[in-house]
Design a protein around this ligand. Sequence first.
Ligand code: PBG
Length: 335
Amino acid sequence: MPQSVAPYPAARFRRLRQTAALRGLQRENSLSADDLIWPVFVQDGTDTETPIASMPGVARLTIDRLIRAAETAHKAGVNAICLFPYIDPSLKTEDCADAWHPENLVNRAIRALKADLPGLAIMTDVALDPYNINGHDGFVVGGEVLNDETVAALVKMALAQAEAGADILGPSDMMDGRIGAIRRALEAAGHHKTCIISYAAKYASAFYGPFRDAVGASGLLTGDKNTYQMDPANSDEALRLVARDLAEGADMVMVKPGMPYLDICRRVKDRFGAPTFAYQVSGEYAMLRGAADQGWLDHDRAMMESLLAFKRAGCDGILTYFAPAAARLLGDRRG
Ligand code: PBG
């Protein structure tokens, strides 16, 4: 590309930046509300919400309030939501049995949302951490996070979510073999329409801290997740994981966290051309929102620039806590 650039003054790049109309014509990427998935936290009870201190502007909602919030967001243009449960500490166990209970909090929330908003796509998280007494994504025995036993539990959890009506299942646990096992079980049970978005390249990141507060896992987590989540130093490994998960039957793949890993998004999109998503995680949200609350950043501009960066890096969509605010802003601009 650089070879085709005429020397100055024939080439003056500022010509095409002169007016909003010219800038619009040469704009390469754009963000739309269609690109957004909104992660939400749900808790038991009625007509209550609990603010999350490390995520200003975000609260855990009871199902009735979640429905009202989802209605508002859907009206603003958000077409997909992702549910994360805050499980009552008394229900957290070593065997994580609540994770696949047909009437657990998430499955009740799926049914209630589907009944009220059939056009809203519902994504779930498939991992044991909210249900686990020790905060890990898999069963822990003798200090080790077991792989195959965890996969068997994730299959039960995934089937219960599909049965409840989830559109997109999101295994976020980083066990080996779970995409294939879940896909086979879904097909065998007649759930051939249920999509899987694999958290394929999920790094062992410090940026998940506020999320662990939100789901009540912070105080419980023993040790770290380094034996199953990826080393932030690696890049080629992400491509091998994405290749593996697509081969096992993932419909979409995800890179997580987002902004510190845009290079991975680009490599994944270039190599596979598959539907590629990034998760702008809780710590990224907290940084941007915290700085904006202090008056150090312009909230709306920083939010939109951060989201557009994912599109530029090749992502088809973004999971972001900013989804309703961004959709509203995009709607205002159109109107
Ligand atoms: C766990 C899970 C995590 C997130 C989504 N699913 C945290 C973790 O792996 O510890 C993080 C999301 C965020 O930080 O916003 N299964």
